[in-house]
Design a protein around this ligand. Sequence first.
Ligand code: ADP
Length: 624
Amino acid sequence: MTAEASHTPSESHEFQAEVSRLLHLMVHSVYSNKDIFLRELISNAADACEKLRWRALSEPGLIAEGARLAISITAGDGTLTIADNGIGMDRGELIANLGTIAKSGTKAFLEQIADKGENSRLIGQFGVGFYSAFMVADLVTVVSRAAGSAEAWIWRSNGLGSFEIEQADLADAPEHGTRVTLTLKDDAKTYADGFTIERIVKEYSAHVPVPIELKAGEADEKELTDGSALWAKPKSEISKDEYKDFYGTVGGQWDEPALTIHYHAEGRHDYSVLLFVPSMKPFDLFDPARKGKVKLYVRRVFISDEVELLPAWARFVRGVIDSEDLPLNLSREMLQHNPVLDAIRKAVTTRILSELGKLAETDAEAYAKVWDAFGAVIKEGLYEEPERRDDLFKVTRFKTTKSGDGWRSLGDYVKDLKENQTRIYYVLADSPERAAASPHLEGFKARDVEVLQLTDPVDAFWVRTALGFDGKPFQSVTQGASDLDQIPETEKTEKPADAERAAGVVAYLKEQLKDRVADVRASSRLAESPVCLVAPDFGPDKQFEKIMARHEGLGAASKPILEINPAHAQIAAMAKRLEAGDTAALEDAAIILLGQAKILDGEAPDDPADFARRLGRVLTAQLG
Ligand code: ADP
């Protein structure tokens, strides 16, 4: 029996639907810079080499005697081959890895493309991996042999809906690793040109941590990059472009980094750090897994990108941490619970916060961009890491009733406190527009008191547990008896001719609405609206209750307090009627007032049909 005869015949597999969509986008060249396909294939090849280097630490037999892990690019006649002697793929891995999309970022990207119709620029910013080969090739052939396996397999596709899998002759396959051969499209033949390849490698892949060799035409093999670790070089020898290029390589994002943090720590632990804060939001920023992407190296050997080297709120940070102290053969368990890594995590997190703080101080505009992109994520730290809250507050920025187009810090807020103001006021809302329209703000406006507008879902959580800033507690504008009376008004609002009149209305409403509200009281919170609803002094904020009700399907929990504005014409008119003993229309007025308060909160009145009926009755009386 020959070796050929033992081979299984070629088998055809359909691509997962999402892959077909992505391929369609690729082939129709939504992205005009096709060069990026090479950096994606090189990146895969480098990952494969680094994975094998790590595996071979515990299984030295996996790497062929004397082999140097490297990537080789060979330009042929209308073909381009990218080969690595890395970890390789077995049959199952070829089918799973090159037939489906596992990465949540890519999935999220595809969803966004569907939403917006054209976001093609972003393909280049984030990279979509292996499938980008079909931008330049009408046939892609992958021959792969998993390290330690006695079989090799061929994967072949024209990118049109399906791929073929077939067993390969061991004689034609790498000893271990993967060879990707592109049969270039007619309009992409330049990619078989040595100079073109060299230019692209230098531009995008100069700092891949595995050497890259080029074989083009008759010329000798040439080393394009030596695979040395950029983070191990002194800062003074690294240019801005080199940093940027490395950021792209390590982070898989090709925007301009907003912040580069590069240092070497010595002392109890010895390690190097090269981290970047991106300027653009990655697609999977709000992925529920909240996974970080920082890579762990030990003495220049890649160990893992699955270890959480930073807290979840810093998951947007990209880069590497390279330890001198850890053993190379770390098991998975040792990686998860390791005191050295814990200490590094703490120290690096502190450093990131201080660098963010510095940027905020020295370049507010650049920092505003970082905050725009990642503020909602950084604020998760306020809730999850109370011990870092004070440091996090220093870099936290807010939209407030006074921020305009810019951002305000808590430091700014406290500096501008009004006479007698002892609290930091905030309003929770779904959107800045809603926040600005809240009737609860009127009394604050009349006193020129600044109010934080908290519109990210995470805000409701941290603000409840944070004790305050600089000794000033946080207080919701919809909660409790506000101490606004202590703060003098700057814009004079009309005072009630007679405060006792309001007292009459309060008493009347208490009686009429006793089943629906916990209390009724006159308020200094309001200037233009007749009424608003607030939460009891020690209960949860109303907006927070709403969020919880939405998330957990609970009904609204506690009964609200109705506050009335004694200065408002509607209340004054009610007072007059009460004094005259004319209560005919007042029952309707009471229910309508409560409904108004609900509507101002963005909710429906308790019984909308009843509300509408009463409103109709009052209108008819008025118009008739
Ligand atoms: P990504 O690399 O971003 O995960 P790709 O589509 O580029 O996405 O690749 C999918 C998967 O295929 C990789 O995660 C890897 O497991 C596998 N793969 C691709 N190229 C190689 C290679 N040269 N050697 C080994 N595995 C590879």
